[in-house]
Design a binder for this molecule. Structure first.
Ligand code: AMP
Ligand code: MG
Length: 281
């Protein structure tokens, strides 16, 4: 029997996270081959549930992906989330803020990208960068970033009060796995484009980033917007755990297709009349 990954990987509000106590290679009793069949089932279910959310058009889902470089944010989108219908799904990647964005408060660009009713929106990086890279590199003074945890909680509470469900995934890899993935990028012409000037310089700040993540996750895992720490050294396990949590959570929303806006019995009669006419031709 599969463990309940919602329970297992959810960070309880007010708990103190220690990332080095969490095994990034965890796979429980799962194995790669049987996971494949499970993943396909989850994919079908996820596609259906997103379609239902779109049809119902009452609530929305915001999925936030965070993790160190090469943790698998893009991979999770490619492998888990592409089953969704693009008509009701959006993906936003947050990069270094533009001059215009920097001239506003840090949540300005984020709020604009938040999902409308019926939509699933995925953030590849997010407002959490404003307490991660910004904190590690002192891009603003401590008095400014240290207030942001409360501001983030208030913002996420606001979205949640307005019908947006929020799920936040920290994709947990270790330093060795990161280096192995950097090497794959060097060895694969199709991945070379992902290499950035800062990959190795940011790696030097690994411990500071881990500390910043621990604070962000500990201070901002709430009932309305929980953090999940996903062991992500194994890509297949990461995909399985994220799929499981997404499907389980979406199932709990009790979504329903809206009732028809027309009188179906009347429309059926019209259909049969049209069919008879067609036959007589
Ligand atoms: P990537 O996700 O690999 O395309 O890289 C995006 C880059 O943008 C990363 O180096 C992030 O640290 C950076 N970034 C994202 N948001 C912010 C932010 N609010 N302030 C500074 N840098 C950011
Ligand atoms: Mg990168």
């Amino acid at each position: 029997m599969r463990l309940n990954y919602v329970k297992k990987f959810k960070v309880e509000p007010n708990s103190k996270v220690k990332l080095n106590e969490i095994d990034p290679s965890y796979k429980g009793d799962e194995d790669k081959d049987s996971a494949q069949a499970e993943l396909e089932k989850y994919a079908q279910r996820l596609g259906y549930l997103q379609y239902l959310m779109y049809a119902e058009n009452k609530q929305s889902l915001l999925i936030i992906l965070q993790g160190m470089d090469a943790a698998g944010k893009d991979g999770t989108i490619n492998n888990v989330l592409t089953v969704m219908n693009p008509q009701g799904c959006r993906v936003y990647g947050f990069k270094t803020p533009s001059v215009e964005e920097l001239a506003h408060d840090f949540l300005w660009r984020i709020h604009q990208a938040a999902p409308r009713t019926g939509y699933v929106t995925v953030f590849n990086r997010s407002h959490y960068e404003d307490v991660l890279v910004v904190r590690v590199h002192n891009l603003v003074p401590k008095e400014v970033w240290s207030k942001r945890y409360d501001e983030i909680n208030a913002f996420e509470r606001h979205l949640s009060n307005n019908g947006t469900h929020i799920l936040k995934f920290y994709l947990h890899i270790d330093k060795e796995e990161q280096l192995a993935r950097f090497k794959q990028r060097l060895d694969d012409r199709n991945r070379e484009w992902k290499i950035s000037e800062t990959d190795y310089t940011e790696r030097e700040y690994w411990n500071q980033y881990q500390k910043a993540y621990e604070d962000a996750i500990s201070k901002c895992s709430t009932d309305y917007a929980p953090w999940y720490i996903i062991p992500a050294n194994r890509k297949w396990f990461r995909n399985l755990a994220v799929s499981h949590i997404l499907v389980d959570t979406l199932e709990s929303f009790n979504m329903k297709f809206p009732p028809p806006t027309v009188n179906i019995a009347e429309i059926k009669k019209k259909y049969h009349t049209a069919l008879e006419e067609e036959k007589r031709k």
